[in-house]
Structures are given as C-alpha cells and as structure tokens.
Design a protein around this ligand. Structure first.
Ligand code: 5AD
Ligand code: SF4
Length: 445
C-alpha cells in the first residue's frame, strides 16, 4: 500500500537526553522540509518513534506503541522507528510490526526525507548505516528555540564496553564533534533564545578536540570557551564516566561561573568485585576520591548517579556495599534500575543471573535510601537565596517552574514573570521532588 505525502509529523522520544536532542534535530529538519509539527500522533501523518534499547522494558514499549498507532478505520500513519532499537533490530522490526514503514538508526536520521520517499512508494525503507559523513554536517543550523534550555550533543558513542550495556553496539565508537562546530551551534542556540545549554554525550567528559589555535582541549576547555558566549547563563553536561574525570574538569567547577554545581557521575555498584565483572575500570575508592576533589573546589555540588541492582553474581554482601557507597557519596538524586540482560552483551551469557524477586527487593531498598537522600538534599536548600531559570508554565494560575543551579525543580507563583526569565528567589519549602520559592528580585536577561 502506498502512503500519502505526509505533511504533519509527530516525534516521540524515549530514553536518554541524547534521544531528546536527536528528536529535536529531526523535528527541525522536517520543518525545514516544509512539514509542520502535530500536537500528538493522532493528528500526524508521519509518526517517528525515537527509541531506546537500554533495558528490555524500553523495547517492549516500542512494540506496544506501534500497535496503538493503528486508527479505528484500520489505517495507520507513516511510521518510522528511529533510535537505538532501530539500530539493534534493523529489519526485524518491520517483520514483527508490518505497519512500520521506515527503520532508521541514530547515525542516519539526516536521511529521513529520502527514506520517506521510498516509503511513499509503498516500499519498506531501512538505513542503519554508521556513515563516514556526519549527520551534523547535513542537518539545518539551529534556529529559534522553543525553550530557554537546550541540549547540545558534543560526543557520541562509547568505547568502554561495560559488560551489561548495548550502547557501544547501537551508538558505535566514541566520536567527538569538532570544536568550531560546537561553538557555532552553541552561539546559534543562544541567538535562538537558549539561556542554558546542557552538553550531551554517552561519555561527555571523554570529549576531545583541537581549539581554533590547534591546541588539544578536553571538555573543560570547551566549557571555558562556551562560558564566554554573551547571553549564555548556564552550562551543564552529562553523562560522565569516572575514568574520564580530569583535574581540569574538576578545576572548572571551581572557577567557571556559568558551570552549574551538578555532576551526574554513575557508579553502578558499590562492590569492587561487581565493578570488575561489569568492566567499569574504576573502583569504589577511585570514585569516592573524585567526589572528594570535586567537593574541595565546589562544596555545594549536587551529585547524581546511576545504579544497577541484580547484576549476575551480585550477592547480598555486594548489594550491602552498594548501599554503603550511597551513604558515603550522598546523592541529591539518582536513577536506579534492575539489571536487564541485553542480547549480544557479555553479561547476558554470565552464570548466576539473579532472581527477579531478589532484584525487586534490592531495588526497593536502594530507592528508599536514594529517596531519603534526595528529600534531605532538598530540605537543606530551604532558606537559601538562589537564581532560577524559568522553563515552563505550572498547573496553577500564574505558576512557573524553573530549575535551581542544583537541578531541583522549583515552583513559583508570579503573574508578571515569563518563561526564560532568570529570577532570584528564596527557597521557601521543600518536598521530596520539588521546591517552592518566593521572589527576591528579577535579574538582567
Ligand atoms: N540493565 C539495567 N540497567 C542498565 N543500564 C545500562 N544498561 C543496563 C542494563 N542492561 C543503566 C546504567 C546506565 C543507564 C543509562 O542505564 O545504569 O548508566
Ligand atoms: Fe554503556 Fe558503560 Fe558506555 Fe556508559 S560507559 S554507555 S554504561 S558501555
């Protein structure tokens, strides 16, 4: 069956911020091609599911979402599956879900318009190449931004091969985007209204590149260059690997004014034995040492992390050590997951897979501790005066929601403020997941 020429698209991104960024770039490209964004998938004649393959549940979700796109009259929009499931499953997707027209991997989505041409003629279109020409060279330049906070992918892929992880297979080898492209993209984002930029990468702190003078720079050098862009108020970055944490990056947290006091540094487990089996190549001690260095230059830094419970062979003792590192490190927020065997990864074939009920129990205990720490962190910021960048409208009349420097959500009621404003507030109350504040004064935009 041939599909009509799609005019309205809807992109649904799952998983990490890298996918959110890719979704935005696809959206900008489709708008550049004359299409318009639809409110939701019902109103769209092209639906892009920008998928995540990191855990099994994420994959199941894609197939149930594809099923739900079928309309009452039996028709369906043109469906493109993008992202890491597309990369990992390829042709298998349109075999399992025949309503899928296009399968496009994370390094090939700049070819979406050509793939749509193929799909229009009724053929299945597949592109999971990792081409030599970067998609970034082909995508349209960044324009007006819908929000004051923007993502900027600086590095993609991963060479670390943690034994549980699909990323090195779906996103390929580590590649750093060139310095000048990043500085230009950041300037375009700021010109388009962004006030905060979050630098993204699977291993963002592994970014390396030559500056305009030909000197080799790390992420800290790039951050220092972006700090000089007028109008850019805040810089963040994620996700970092402990082994790529340099002294320069630690130092930047001490003296770069726009670099926010927040660090997402996954440790995954608090047991050296499990870290070794995970091929993490850092230890509990080396992780805690980084935190000590970071807190020496930036005592108020908010720490975030990722944890996996129930990795094959994890004993009660190993798990107790994970609880211990959480107590020692003290997180302001964190993500924790049950281990999910991913096809093709070394851990999937390891002996001693952990029973689901053991994982459930461990996850509950870990999350209880992390929630307690998050609440305590929020409470100890009450009474502080700090700046907030207002990002979106709240549910109540005149309510706006912004983020503190420590990435907490803060609600404020003020009818004369608008999204994009930076305001100074006093943190009045703290809940487990958010804060409320009272206005002190408005800052220069
Ligand atoms: N099972 C469970 N969690 C995983 N993660 C990555 N792979 C797996 C897996 N197979 C988690 C890690 C990583 C985060 C993005 O997802 O904690 O840091
Ligand atoms: Fe996956 Fe490990 Fe690479 Fe992170 S560092 S993307 S967990 S392989």
């Amino acid at each position: 069956m041939t599909k009509a020429d799609p005019k309205k698209f809807h992109i649904k991104s799952f998983g990490c911020q890298m996918n959110v960024y890719d979704g935005e770039r696809m959206s900008e490209m489709l708008v550049d091609q004359g299409m318009t964004a639809a409110e939701n998938s019902e109103a769209a004649d092209l639906v892009v599911l920008n998928t995540c393959h990191i855990r099994e549940k994420a994959v199941d979700k894609v197939y149930s979402d594809i099923g739900r796109l079928r309309r009452k009259d039996g028709s369906s929009p043109m469906i493109a599956v993008a992202g890491c499931v597309a990369q990992a499953e390829g042709k298998e997707i349109s075999r399992r879900a025949p309503s899928v027209d296009i399968v496009v991997g994370p390094q090939a989505y700049h070819r979406l318009p050509e793939l749509m041409e193929t799909a229009k003629s009724g053929k299945k279109a597949l592109d999971t190449d990792m081409p030599a020409i970067s998609k970034f060279d082909i995508l349209p330049t960044r324009g007006k931004q819908a929000r004051p906070t923007a993502f900027l992918t600086v590095q993609e892929g991963c060479d670390k091969f943690c034994t549980y992880c699909v990323v090195p297979y779906t996103r390929g080898a580590e590649i750093s985007r060139p310095w000048s492209d990043l500085v230009d993209e950041a300037k375009a984002l700021v010109d388009g209204g962004a006030r905060e930029i979050t630098l993204l990468g699977q291993n963002v702190n592994a970014w390396r590149g030559e500056d305009e003078k030909g000197n080799m720079q790390g992420l800290d050098g790039l951050i220092r260059a972006l700090d000089r862009i007028p109008g850019l108020k805040r810089i963040r970055y994620m996700t970092s690997h402990p082994n790529d944490m340099t002294d320069g990056l630690v130092a930047a947290h001490g003296d770069v004014g726009s670099l926010m006091p927040f660090l997402h540094l996954p440790v995954q487990s608090g047991s050296d034995r499990i870290l070794k089996a995970m091929n993490r190549s850092h230890s509990v001690r080396s992780y805690l040492t980084i935190l000590e260095q970071m807190r020496a230059v930036r005592p108020d830094i908010a720490l975030s992390g990722d944890f996996i419970v129930g990795f094959p062979g994890e004993t009660d003792q190993d798990f107790e050590e994970t609880l211990q590192i959480v107590r020692d490190a003290n997180y302001s927020q964190a993500f924790s997951f049950k281990y999910s065997p991913r096809p093709g990864t070394p851990a999937a074939g390891m002996d001693d897979q952990i029973a689901p009920e053991v994982m459930d129990e461990r996850l509950q205990r870990l999350q209880a501790l992390l929630n307690e720490q998050q609440y305590a962190f929020n409470q100890q910021t009450v009474g502080r005066t700090t700046d907030i960048l207002l990002e979106r409208q709240g549910k109540l009349d005149g309510q706006l929601i912004g983020k503190t420097p420590w990435l907490q959500s803060l609600h404020i009621i003020s009818p004369d403020l608008k999204i994009g404003d930076m305001v100074e507030v006093e943190i009045a109350r703290a809940g487990p997941n958010s804060l409320t504040g009272e206005i002190k004064e408005r800052m220069a935009a």
